[in-house]
Design a protein around this ligand. Structure first.
Ligand code: 2P0
Length: 333
């Protein structure tokens, strides 16, 4: 067992969306999603076993101590997973929790629609395994991360990752070298934390949006089409389906009572600007998540044209590609 471990995990951006939960289990998705684990933005998390109990786990995110019910659920599941593996060490999981300090930093805006909860909970699951030297399978860590945040299940793998409706864990669809030309251009419209979390949003629309059952039904065909589009590295099909998925997800929000609107005026300006680019033959499409940021999807050959169209924007777009998934940065005995 180590006394300290530092790991990194990257957010996983959904190309077809997880939006809504099944009634049973913890964060079990009502829709199948396929996402891309990104490189270029990351959560870096250091887990330290202190000399004595701190009433832990003490969790700091970007320097601020955080209490969140999702951590309680996560650590209850972690206890079930890790306790049997710790028997030979003579240390109980509750002793470890009592002494655990977690320090997590994102090098991108937190809780603003850039999937910071996916990389945060993914890093926590991966980091516990590195700290305790338990060498659990990725799928077990994916299931653990999911108990903290559904989208986090996808961050345990690099490249393109699928998380099936009704499943408790994600699995890799294709590695990070599958589509080296694929690019995501993130336009940060607002770096402020959103008023309604994804979780609150998806739970509210499930209750009050008459479009929710249609969204769930329709997602099945979008998932199947996206799966083959990604495997075929077909940018036109991938972009077109990604667009349908996010817009149909937002349709559930607009139809809810009260309606939920994450968009800002600039989000819509960017959507229209990308439409203009498409009409000029540039292969670029966009997706959005529970926040105002717009993420353009294209291939390397069209990147310069996409960037040129936005050269007047004050904030520089972030250019990302497929990432390798979580990594151990450093461990200490
Ligand atoms: C996704 N999102 O597939 C979708 C698309 C946002 C829009 O998963 O309640 O923070 O913790 O399971 O994972 C964000 O929701 O929600 C999300 P919980 P989560 O990436």
């Amino acid at each position: 067992m180590n006394t300290q471990a530092t790991v990194s995990a990257q957010p996983n951006l959904a190309l077809v969306k997880y939006w809504g939960k099944k009634n049973r289990g913890i964060n079990v998705p009502a829709t199948s999603s396929i996402g891309l684990t990104l490189n270029g933005i990351e959560t870096r998390t250091t887990l330290t076993l202190m000399d004595r109990g701190t009433g832990g786990p003490r969790i700091k995110v970007n320097g601020t101590e955080l209490q969140d019910s999702r951590f309680e659920v996560f650590f209850r599941q972690a206890e079930k997973l890790f306790s049997p593996r710790l028997r030979q060490t003579g240390i109980s999981f509750s002793d470890i929790i009592e002494k655990l300090a977690v320090d997590s930093t994102n090098n991108f805006p937190t809780a603003a629609g850039l999937a910071s909860s996916s990389s945060g909970l993914g890093a926590l699951a991966f980091g516990l395994d590195a700290l305790l030297e338990t060498r659990l399978e990725r799928s077990a860590l994916s299931a653990l991360a999911r108990s903290g945040s559904g989208s986090a299940a996808r961050t345990l793998y690099g490249g393109f990752v699928e998380f099936r409706e009704g499943s408790t864990r994600a699995r890799q669809l294709a590695g990070n070298d599958h589509w080296p030309e694929f690019r995501v251009v993130v336009f940060t419209v607002s770096a402020q934390a959103k008023k309604t979390s994804s979780r609150a949003g998806m739970n509210a629309i499930k209750k009050s949006s008459p479009f929710f059952p249609a969204w769930v039904r329709n997602s099945r065909s979008l998932y199947k089409e996206m799966r083959s589009a990604v495997l075929d590295r077909d940018i036109e099909k991938t972009g077109t389906i990604a667009r349908l998925s996010y817009l149909r997800m937002f349709a559930t929000m607009f139809a809810a009572n009260p309606p939920l609107v994450y968009w800002q005026p600039e989000s819509i300006e960017i959507i229209h600007a990308l439409e203009d680019l498409r009409s000029q033959g540039i292969a670029v499409w966009e997706t959005m998540d529970a926040g105002p940021q717009v993420k353009a999807l294209c291939e390397e050959k069209d990147l310069a044209a996409v960037l040129a169209a936005f050269h007047n924007r004050e904030s520089r777009p972030i250019i990302l590609s497929a990432g390798k998934g979580p990594e151990v940065i450093e461990t200490w005995k």
